[in-house]
Design a protein around this ligand. Structure first.
Ligand SMILES: C[S@@+](CC[C@H](N)C(=O)[O-])C[C@H]1O[C@@H](n2cnc3c(N)ncnc32)[C@H](O)[C@@H]1O
Length: 395
């Protein structure tokens, strides 16, 4: 594959923003691709994939051929992909044989899997024999998964509509609203997206709304709704009948929920900013279903957010665990007696998952609740993101 100076320099500039200016990779890529409308699909694919893969393998690349120069690291990545380096001034001094020999010498899992030592230790301690395969899987590129908006279209109809546009997809077993694209591509430009026929949502994430067992007409609270991914799914499962209160501490995210609801043809979502404990107390025992899709480390979604590896610290995980328990303790009371509470994370760590639920159930606030079942979704088993979903009943 031939390299072009303008697209390689787009990759280098983006890496500088991610690693030197501490920006999120997905946002940097989005902005970079918008900055040049002349780039075709191939250029865009090259830029996005090179950035994601270099971020994913950052520690390994730095180990194989250490340098502060991002061109040098790009060259290392290019060699590792099995490509030949062009005769560019920027790649002088790079020796493919040295890189390959170095790769063969590495034994440490943390370097080979390109993660910080502390994360490898934590994963091994908490996940035991599952860790090695899990981190290997989480280092693979994610599939593009759509959630069909069943308020507007069936899965078969959408599959056909996309096929008419030359986009191949298949229906994965066990996920009744999901479609997986056969080839990775930017699907947001397709008119079917603008018409609200689908959302991009990983297959594991689609299990969350399903766990709430909602019915049309129910009162549902999505207490950490963010930009509304799960709220939209819940509304579709409720056939747009009933009421969903979509709450979050960040008002700007709820603005996105509003826009997305409109595109999806949903009228039952009511966004509400959480201004403090008063907001929560006023909703005591008001909902048939409460979803707590809590903030988490994001370790289950490394496939799509590889920069999380470099942004997380043991301290940040501890901090988010405190918030998770606070949310469980303070928000569970919004469920009506006989109602269901669903606690979910996109993490694979037991400390953010079953251990949080156990702690809640053993506490004073949890004494009227009982665990119905939980799903510990590992990426290595599902092929999709790592998730945790606990169904808890209020007696
Ligand atoms: C995992 S994200 C939610 C994703 C969202 N449910 C979706 O499906 O797109 C967690 C959300 O919790 C919010 N959050 C953080 N602290 C919170 C709190 N104390 N109460 C409610 N929401 C909170 C964050 O702003 C973030 O949007």
């Amino acid at each position: 594959m031939k390299l072009f100076t303008n697209t390689v320099s787009a990759v280098i500039e983006s890496l500088d923003e991610i690693f030197n200016q501490n920006r999120y990779a997905d946002k940097v890529i989005e902005r970079k691709l918008k900055s040049n409308p002349k780039w075709g699909a191939r250029d865009r694919g090259f830029i996005a994939e090179s950035i994601y893969e270099m971020v994913r393998w950052w520690r390994l690349l730095n180990q194989l051929s250490p340098s502060d120069d991002f061109y040098h690291l790009f060259g290392t990545y290019w060699v590792l992909q099995g490509n030949e380096l062009p005769d560019w001034r920027e790649f002088k001094g790079l020796d493919p044989k040295f890189i390959k020999a170095n790769y063969d010498r590495i034994q440490e899992r943390a370097i080979l899997q390109s993660i910080p030592d502390w994360l490898d230790d934590m994963g091994a301690e908490l996940l035991g024999e599952n860790w090695e395969k899990e981190i290997e899987t989480l280092n693979q590129e994610a599939d593009v998964v759509l959630r069909v908006n069943t308020l507007k279209v069936t899965r078969e109809q959408l599959m056909k509509r996309l096929a008419d546009d030359g986009i191949e997809s298949y229906a994965p077993k066990g996920y009744k609203d999901a479609l997986v694209l056969a080839k990775r591509q930017n699907i947001f430009k397709n008119p079917a997206f603008k018409e609200g026929l689908f959302e991009i949502q990983d297959a594991s994430s689609q299990l969350v709304a399903a766990a709430l067992e909602v019915e049309p007409g129910m009162r549902v609270i999505d207490a950490c709704a963010g930009s509304g991914g799960k709220s939209l799914h819940l509304a579709a499962l409720m056939q747009n009948k009933g009421r969903i209160l979509s709450m979050d501490v960040e008002a700007w995210k709820l603005q996105n929920t509003k826009l997305r609801a409109r595109r999806n043809g949903i009228s039952i979502i009511e966004p509400k900013v959480i201004e403090g404990n008063k907001t929560i107390k006023r909703l005591k025992e008001s909902a048939d279903r409460v979803l707590l899709d809590v903030p988490c480390s994001g370790l289950g979604v490394l496939k799509r957010n590889p920069d999380t590896k470099w942004k997380l610290t043991p301290e940040s995980i501890e901090k988010v665990q405190t918030i998770q328990q606070e949310i469980l303790q303070n928000y569970a009371g919004m469920v009506k007696p006989g109602g269901l509470l669903v606690y979910a994370t996109c993490s694979i760590l037991p400390t953010e998952n079953q251990m949080q639920v156990e702690k809640f159930l053993a506490s004073e606030n949890g004494k009227n609740f009982e665990l119905v079942e939980d799903q510990k979704v590992l990426a290595q088993d599902s092929g999709y993101d790592g998730f945790y979903i606990a169904k808890i009943k209020r007696k």
